[in-house]
Design a protein around this ligand. Structure first.
Ligand code: COA
Length: 402
């Protein structure tokens, strides 16, 4: 089995593999994605003689973790022809991709998987949170602060003004947001501008600076918002005013990929009323694979803590990551000292991103001082070294909007 990068001449063969692998794959909708030249540096194929039997795309992606930017690879469109599955082909491509990423100094892979546990076995962990909101129009409160912002709205397809405004808002979000905003290759960031049914709304001030943006579709009196991001509260209230102005067109809303600290109280007067309720569903999906733990620990740690903790990392896929690291006093270094704590590489992900605190990981038996059988669930003193690690990696609100 040969594994190598493939160029756009394999587009039709890839489409065939996706048609065999994904129920909802519509080649016409992906036409723009596949015809963008920025994509074709990043596509892998596996060959049985000259026959393409598996595909895997892993493109350059800038993402913030704890507000620090990192170059990552975003993996998608992983598929093997049914008759070639369970022969280790995806695993072999993943290992090649990791090797290349490491050679380019890239320390993270990210993806949104078809199911979680397939990727946990490869050392990925859930890194960022998102929520879906579903609610009736009647639950929106009419509380609106005077915001002095104007809304510019319209279809995204063929509208240079809307496209520019959305790009501008995303740029400000990348610079200012506490969340995990991302900068993708052109093929992905431009994809939404080629979808026929998408609308955008951007709240701008007198100087034309965006304060908030949303991207949505409308169908059968329902507004489905796929992105809702605000730079300040004025922006939040401006978009809420825009939604309230749909009183006679829209009966229900669905807002996807909302942050876990969204100010629900500023948006809704009640969580339920007259048989209608606000449904909040966990839709967290973004997984992260740490490829080289030492440099990213150094980069993300709180350097002001004067105590240290020795932690052992276990990685089944990448043996070079089975390391013991001393963390604290402003740095992290390899250590031969006996370890205080032990963690797998996939559980290191939520600890580093801040989604789960060391205390929570310890309570789950995932960050171990000794056997998980000794971890109490009730009132108990948290081990000293877990507290030290918590001061070095405090919990952090995580969210990926895109
Ligand atoms: C998921 C998929 C890409 C796996 O490809 P593959 O080439 O068969 O994967 P591998 O043979 O390298 O499997 C790697 C490991 O995962 C296991 N595995 C394979 N398919 C699995 C599945 N569907 N569920 C759980 N585990 C699976 C294998 O047993 C193997 O385990 P091991 O390393 O312990 O032996 C393939 O089944 C597929 O194309 N599915 C349909 C499309 C899809 O869902 N893609 C994922 C999009 S993110």
């Amino acid at each position: 089995m040969e594994i190598r990068r493939i160029d756009s001449s394999y587009k039709d063969k890839i489409v065939e593999i996706f048609l065999m692998s994904f129920e909802y794959f519509e080649p016409e909708e992906s036409e723009f994605f596949f015809s963008d030249p920025s994509l074709w540096k990043y596509v892998w194929g596996a060959f049985d003689d000259e026959k393409l039997v598996a595909a895997y795309i892993s493109y350059k992606y800038l993402a913030k973790i704890r507000t620090k930017p990192f170059e990552c690879r975003y993996v998608e469109a992983v598929a093997t022809l049914p008759e070639y599955r369970n022969k280790g082909i995806t695993k072999a491509i993943l290992l090649k991709d990791i090797q290349e990423a490491l050679q380019s100094g890239v320390n993270f892979l990210m993806l949104d998987p078809f199911k979680h546990d397939f990727y946990v076995r490869f050392g990925f962990g859930l890194g960022f949170e998102s929520l879906d909101f579903k609610f009736d129009f009647s639950l929106l409160s009419d509380e609106i602060e005077e915001d002095n912002l104007n809304i510019v709205s319209g279809k995204l397809l063929n509208s240079a003004e809307m496209q520019e405004l959305i790009e501008k808002a995303r740029k400000v979000l990348w610079e200012t947001s506490r969340y995990t905003e991302a900068i993708e290759i052109n093929a992905c960031s431009q994809e939404i501008f080629h979808m026929k049914d998408l609308f955008g709304a951007v709240a701008v001030d007198k100087a034309g600076m965006p304060h908030a943006m949303m991207v949505y579709r409308k169908k059968e009196r329902k507004m489905k918002v796929s992105n809702f991001s605000f730079i300040d509260l004025a922006g939040l209230f401006a978009l809420k005013r825009f939604m309230l102005n749909h009183r006679d067109q829209i009966a229900t809303f669905e807002m996807n990929r909302m942050p876990p600290d969204f100010p629900v109280e500023l948006f809704f007067h009640s969580r339920w009323q007259a048989g209608k309720d606000l449904k909040i569903e966990d839709a967290s999906s973004r997984m992260v694979r740490i490829l080289d733990p030492l440099p990213v620990i150094k980069e993300l740690m709180n350097r002001s803590i004067s105590e240290t903790v020795v932690i052992k990392i276990k990685d089944k896929l990448l043996p070079q990551n089975n390391l013991t690291i001393e963390i604290g006093k402003g740095t992290a270094r390899l250590s031969e000292a006996p370890n205080d704590l032990e963690i797998t590489i996939s559980d290191l992900t939520p600890l580093l991103t801040g989604r789960l605190s060391p205390t929570r990981l310890w309570r789950h038996g995932r960050l171990r001082t000794d056997s998980w059988k000794n971890v109490p669930w009730g009132i108990s003193e948290v081990p000293e070294k877990v507290k030290v690690l918590e001061s070095i990696f405090p919990p952090f609100i995580t969210h990926n909007a895109n």
